[in-house]
Design a protein around this ligand. Structure first.
Ligand SMILES: [Zn+2]
Length: 288
């Protein structure tokens, strides 16, 4: 090899090493910072397998938990919340009484002081629901069943309940179709949380308000979303929560086709925890 080319090669290798090291250092420094810094408003979609668990951490320190995953995921969720610095939950919401949403709630209710508890009012009669209600009674946590039109402001954030509009009976899953559906707004940025709402409940809502972030209903099942809803909500980001290789075939190809058609950025918890921060104007989304 001519001497000049050998020198050039050496420089190329050296330059590549410097670039690789620089990127490695940058991600090592920047990524953990994003996950630990106190950023004001932060939303987390936890990786709890084929289940739902979400946290809104508000700028003034309040915490709103929406669902708590399965019973099996409960202890892991509690330790994750503790690592995030959560030491109390101001509002805990059980969207509906299925095990993949409230299984871990008993662990959460025992681990943290909870200011108030909201649920759908649908009586499932399962052991999981009975255990949850017993934990609420034991800890004397105020307990309400907010319906459409209910509004609350907490820590500069407004929460509006869009459903249930009325008790739905005789649908394919009444438990799903009475899910608590919430819109959480901070400044100009809003999140629509849909639980496992299906067709009947979706129709009962009528027109959906616009939201920047949409948690797609029912783990991306075909009965959880339709074109009308996607058009009305017009989300910039959609969140899907489902377990890798789940036996339900979630997300359904019709839903992935809808996402492609409307073009929001799409994140799924099967790929790890999702964190969204906002100053009330723009969104920053990361996943790990
Ligand atoms: Zn579910």
């Amino acid at each position: 090899m001519p001497r000049k080319r050998a020198i050039r090669n050496k420089y190329a290798i050296l330059l590549r090493a410097v670039v690789v090291t620089f990127i490695a250092v940058l991600s090592a420094v920047e990524l953990p910072k994003f996950w630990t810094e106190d950023d004001g408003f932060a939303f987390y979609a936890f990786d709890v397998g084929q289940a739902d668990a979400f946290l809104f951490h508000l700028p003034e320190g309040e915490n709103i938990l929406i669902d708590a995953g399965t019973r099996q995921a409960g202890p892991g969720l509690v330790s994750r919340l503790k690592r995030l610095g959560v030491n109390k939950i101001d509002i805990a919401v059980a969207t509906h009484p299925h095990e993949d949403h409230i299984g871990g709630m008993v662990h959460v209710l025992r681990a943290f002081p909870v200011g108030k508890f909201w649920d759908s009012g649908y009586n499932h009669g399962s052991e999981t629901q009975r255990d949850m209600l017993a934990a609420l009674r034991d800890k004397r946590i105020p307990y309400t069943r907010p319906k459409a039109g209910f509004k609350e402001t907490i820590g500069g954030v407004s929460i509006e309940v869009l459903a249930p509009v009325k008790q739905i009976r005789g649908s394919e899953s009444d438990a799903n179709n009475n899910s608590v559906v919430l819109r959480v707004a901070y400044g100009n940025v809003s999140f629509l949380m849909t639980g496992d709402m299906e067709r009947e409940e979706r129709r009962s809502v009528g027109k959906f308000p616009r939201a920047n972030v949409l948690k797609l209903a029912h783990h991306g099942s075909s009965n959880g979303s339709d074109e009308k809803m996607l058009r009305e909500v017009s989300p910039d980001v959609v969140i899907l929560s489902y377990g890798r290789g789940n036996s339900y075939g979630h997300p359904h190809p019709e839903v992935t086709a809808l996402i492609r058609k409307f073009g929001p950025r799409s994140y799924a918890t099967e790929g790890g925890e999702i964190k969204i921060t906002t100053d009330g104007r723009s969104l920053r989304v990361r996943q790990r």
